[in-house]
Write a protein that binds this ligand. Structure first.
Ligand code: UDP
Length: 290
């Protein structure tokens, strides 16, 4: 995937403006008095919404057939976004950024802006399908290895018989087949496309092709299909409640996730500490100026 051009000063201004718009839109959705809203987290505007509200907001956008780029942000995404500037820009162009995982929650507390609600896709997407099925929601599944999305479709419709699966496409198609895939999605007219290609490929894919898929909500869901197709076993409830799902995932797939959950976590903590120090210095500067 071709990386995007670096940001110009004008684009930077536009992104700052867009963040402000996102914040005010979120306030309008949830009401000024609510603790919900948008939290500036490590240069990314994340939604602070309880899960039922997040499902409601997402479903409304899908059924309205508005165009949306929705991304989940976890510790790995933050580390990648600092390594690859194009990813940070892509995320900032998104319409909804959802906090994913305990790493984001505890570090947001450390940074003094607690996000509180973990909106991970493994819980949120099945909840969206459940709420949307009786309202005629149609979903296109794009991504993962051949055969995986078929099992996801089977499992999702078993749980939600009225859910429409508008189409299925694995995530390893050739560049020359891109137009055929985009045509297939357009003809299927889904409300939502779940793009499960991993970070950052799915974010770049969504950002690049959203304009060719108008009226569709595109959501980057990472390894979700592997869970929903039961290719990867999810952590037991208690482990999830303790915020230790990442330990479980590491045990399940040590060779693939070893680097991400060792070096990656150290890199994430470094970013959090660096940003909290910066925020502290900025506060001190303001205090001495007053
Ligand atoms: N994948 C894909 N196309 C690719 C590369 C990866 O569809 O070219 C799929 C892969 O099969 C897996 C998912 O993307 O189902 C990535 O899962 P991972 O857990 O790495 O997601 P992340 O943690 O990066 O969100």
């Amino acid at each position: 995937m071709k990386p995007l051009e670096p940001l110009t000063a004008k684009n930077r201004q536009y992104l700052a403006f867009r963040r402000a718009v996102l914040t005010s839109q979120a306030r309008q959705i949830v009401g000024e008095s609510s603790t919900s809203g948008v939290v500036e987290f490590l240069r990314l505007p994340l939604q602070r919404l309880p899960q039922p509200e997040a499902v409601k907001v997402l479903l409304e956008r899908c059924l309205k057939r508005s165009s949306n780029r929705v991304y989940f942000v976890n510790a790995h995404t933050v580390v990648m976004s600092r390594k690859e500037h194009a990813l940070e820009e892509t995320l900032n162009r998104g319409d909804l950024l959802l906090p994913d995982g305990s790493g984001v929650l505890w570090s947001s507390r450390l940074l003094g802006k607690p996000i509180k609600f973990n909106l991970n896709g493994t819980d949120l997407i099945p909840a969206l399908c459940k709420a949307g099925a009786p309202k005629g929601l149609s979903v296109y599944l794009l991504g993962a290895k051949p055969g995986v999305a078929d099992d996801v479709a089977h499992n999702l419709t078993q749980t939600n018989p009225s859910l429409t699966i508008a189409g299925i496409q694995h995530g390893y198609f050739e560049e020359q087949d891109l137009e055929t895939v985009l045509d297939d999605i357009r003809q299927a007219k889904p409300h939502v496309v779940l793009v499960a290609m991993g970070v950052p490929l799915q974010e770049f894919w969504i950002d690049q092709h959203a304009k060719h898929l108008p009226g569709i909500t595109l959501i980057g869901v990472g390894g979700l299909f592997d869970f929903l197709a039961h290719r990867v076993v999810r952590a037991p409830y208690l482990v999830r409640r303790l915020g230790l799902e990442w330990c479980w995932r590491l045990m399940m797939e040590p060779s693939r996730l070893g680097y991400r959950y060792t070096v990656g976590i150290v890199a994430f903590m470094y970013i959090v500490l660096q940003d909290s120090l910066l925020a502290f210095k900025r506060k001190q500067n303001i205090a001495t100026q007053q």
